[in-house]
Design a protein around this ligand. Sequence first.
Ligand SMILES: [Zn+2]
Length: 196
Amino acid sequence: MSKQPSSYLSSKVEGRLKADKSGNSIFATEPILKGELVAVFGGVVYEWETFIHLPERERMLCIQVEDRHFLVPRPIGEGDYVNHSCNPNAGLSGQIGLVAMRDIKIGEEVCFDYAMSDTMAYDEFECLCGAPTCRGQVGGNDWKRPELQKRYAGYFAPHVQRKIDAQKAEQKAFAKALRSTKAEKFGAKVVTSLYK
Ligand SMILES: [Zn+2]
C-alpha cells in the first residue's frame, strides 16, 4: 500500500511543530501570492453517522465537505495540519482546495477559518489564536455570523455558501413580509380615518 499522504501540500510550505509544542502547523518557506493554491485535502469520505464514531484524532484532522459528509485524511500527511485562525491568510476554493487570501510571507503560519467549512458541532473548541478578531469560541454555527460572511465572501465551501444564500433569501422574504404587514396596517388606518 502506498505511503503517500492523501492530501497535497504546495512545495512553498512545510509542516512543523509549533514553537510552544502545542501541535503541528504549516508554515510558508517561500513567499506565496494571493490566490495561489496551498493545499488540496484528500482522504476517505464518511457520512455523519459513521464519522462521529471515528477516533478523535481522525475527526480533528478531517474537513467537512458537504452537509453531512466528512473527508478524513488517510494516510495523514503535513497537508492535514492546517490550523484554524480567526484572522486567516488562506481560504477554501471549492470543497477541498486551500488558497492564499492575501500574499503570505516566509515564516508565516498558513491558517484558514473553520467557519468556512463547518456547519456541524463536531469540532467545537475555545480558540486561543490570539488574533484581535478572535471570537473566543469556535463552533458549527459560526458561518451564520454576518461579519464572517462578509470577510470570507468567496472563500466558503459550496455547502456553506448554499446555507448562507438560503439564510439571506429567508431574511429578505421576512423583511418583505414585515413591510407588507406594516403597509396593510397603515392602509387600514388611512381607511378608518376616512370614515371618521
Ligand atoms: Zn481565534
